[in-house]
Design a protein around this ligand. Structure first.
Ligand code: AKG
Length: 293
């Protein structure tokens, strides 16, 4: 496949289910992107007129409501890396800002991503997680379990832990060998890649530094919905004309009135798929979607 990864890097990704670090941005571009995301947070986080919890807008489909998120999600330096794994036709399912504040207890239990997404994307999906700050174990770096992408889809239970960033606090019920657990430490401007079946999570931020990361979920247009559901994606490279997921528009400004209705339809679809079978409404930063809606 074309793309900027070497064949040894692609082989390592296929064997381990992850790859890092991959350098994509220089210091100036990293700082510029971080400033763009932090300006978005500063301008919108306290707005009382948003119909959903602000954290949900950061965590789901941010490329549809924020030009800086769209910019990073379609950045050629990242697409060139992802093309090495998925081939030339690429769509973004969602782009998420995942900050962890200094001394924040927020964490993510060990989980697999694909279990809750409502479509079948084994081998047709990769997450690129881009560090816009230094990322260390102390400020809440992800942990991956080497080779767990080969376990298939494993059982999870919901914890709804108050400090859990995951919308239902989902956690795998299977144990792993601690020797297989790796800490995904990254420098600003580097990214990690992980498979949709990779067992992963991250701990609290026990440092004085803010951790800033952007997770971008890439799919190929061959992904098909399970059970006749509807979902959406943003085409970013190649020919995505055969996609079943419906095309999302590109925002010109933050919360672009032209794109917000599409984003809301996407969130409604995700409320159904991500929340399927859950005993409680999903939560973003401790605010339940049903309490605000
Ligand atoms: O940002 C984190 O700590 C974890 C993010 C994550 O679980 C993911 O990108 O799949």
């Amino acid at each position: 496949m074309a793309g900027t990864l070497t064949s040894a890097q692609v082989e390592a990704y296929r064997n381990d289910g992850y790859l890092f670090p991959v350098s994509v941005f220089d210091a100036d571009e990293t700082a510029d992107l971080r400033a763009g995301f932090e300006t978005f947070e500063a301008e919108w986080s306290d707005r009382a007129d948003l119909p959903r919890p602000f954290a949900q807008y950061l965590r789901d489909g941010m490329q549809v409501i924020s030009p800086v998120a769209d910019r990073i999600a379609r950045h050629p330096a990242i697409l060139d890396v992802v093309e090495s794994i998925l081939g030339p036709d690429l769509m973004v399912w969602t782009c998420e800002l995942v900050p962890k504040e200094p001394h924040s207890p927020k964490m993510l239990t060990m989980h697999q991503d694909l279990n809750y997404w409502g479509f079948d994307a084994v081998g047709q999906h990769v997450t690129a997680w881009v560090a816009l700050s230094e990322v260390t174990d102390a400020n809440g770096a992800m942990h991956f379990v080497r080779g767990s992408h080969r376990w298939g889809s494993v059982d999870h239970h919901d914890t709804f832990g108050p400090d859990n960033i995951l919308s239902r606090g989902q956690e795998v019920t299977v144990a792993h060998d601690p020797d297989d657990e790796v800490v995904v430490a990254l420098r600003p401007g580097e990214l990690s890649l992980h498979d949709g079946l990779m067992v992963h999570g991250s701990g609290p931020n026990v440092s004085d530094a803010r951790r800033v990361g952007v997770a971008i979920r890439y799919l190929t247009p061959s992904v098909r919905m399970k059970g006749g559901g509807v979902d959406f994606a943003t085409p970013v490279r190649g020919d995505c004309s055969g996609a079943e997921l419906l095309e999302l528009p590109v925002p010109r400004v933050d919360f672009d009135p032209e794109t917000v209705p599409f984003h809301e339809r996407m969130l409604v679809a995700h409320d159904a798929t991500l929340g399927d079978g859950a005993a409680q409404p999903m939560a973003y930063d401790g605010v339940r979607t049903a309490e605000r809606a």
